[in-house]
Design a binder for this molecule. Sequence first.
Ligand SMILES: [Zn+2]
Length: 364
Amino acid sequence: MLLWLLACSLSSSPEKGDVKPVLPVDDAPPITALITIDTWRADHFTEALTPNLWALAEAGERYTNAWSPMGLTTPAHASMLTGLLPWEHDVWANNHHGYSLSDTIPVLPEQYPDRATGAFVSAYPAGPTGGFHRGWDVFDGPGEGERPGGVTIAKALDWVPSDRPSLLWIHVYEPHGPYVGDGYTEQERYASEVRKVDQMMGPVLSFLQARGATIVVTSDHGEVLAEERCGYQHERSISETVLRVPLIRWSPGLVPTVVNDWVGLTDIPALLRGKSPAQRDHWVAQSGMCESDCAPGCDPTGLAGRDTVVFSEGGRWVQRPGKGVYKEGQPAQKNKKLLEQIPPFVSPMQSQTDGAKSLGYIDP
Ligand SMILES: [Zn+2]
């Protein structure tokens, strides 16, 4: 395996267009792969900064209008694994706040009963304490803190079976703070970490493409840099820099397309299965918590107080507890009603749901 990866690494090139769709060279069993790059901003997905990922997108589908429902790792990944929004799967905050995905909600690996399933994560908020281990044959991640993406990737690729179909999830954490990359400013160090992840991904993508895998790459959320009062605190923000995410899908023979439709992390299960995302003309999201220093007028503060936002063409509606409803730009009037449809905050003790929910992509 390592020699194979080395060969792939040497043959990969960061130049645009060098990563071509590669049909399986033999009858290797299919792979479906989800790669999540934590805290990766959509505006840091560029040909210059992330050439390997950009080349994958140029050869497949590049989604320019993709969104996260919340700037928090556990709720956003729960949406990817269930096809549900946070107020539907009831993981309203990270696992260290006591939230865990209910055993009654179907999860992604359960939809692949005939495959080997392996999840390899790099940080505690994406770990088993959030209930994410359920359904996987192998779930590998740190018991606390984080670990280098290279360690996670090596474990993941050593696991991929060559004799049966598989479902693979790789999560890397590098872009998340603290930023330890090169540079004099936080912005430069953040960009450096994103660049490092792209370099890590080069051999991974080459391997998966050579195996004819279906590959979906995205992020759980972006980041606030210096644009807002509370820099580097993505959990408190409803800004586009936090909630807009990169999204790529590649599979052999897929017609290269730039997709401008409204898509979100709840579409990930469908995209992995080769289906189209849900049709919509807006995206609803929430902040992960509220602090009046970051969101003026917000009351109550903490996990229970949250900004809710509806993005659409022309602008956005915002509902801020303690302040009311207001708009920025000229959003469609009809979307104002969507703010009222979000159920009230649920504490961890209340979040074990009744099992009536299901993955959005399951066929009737
Ligand atoms: Zn995250």
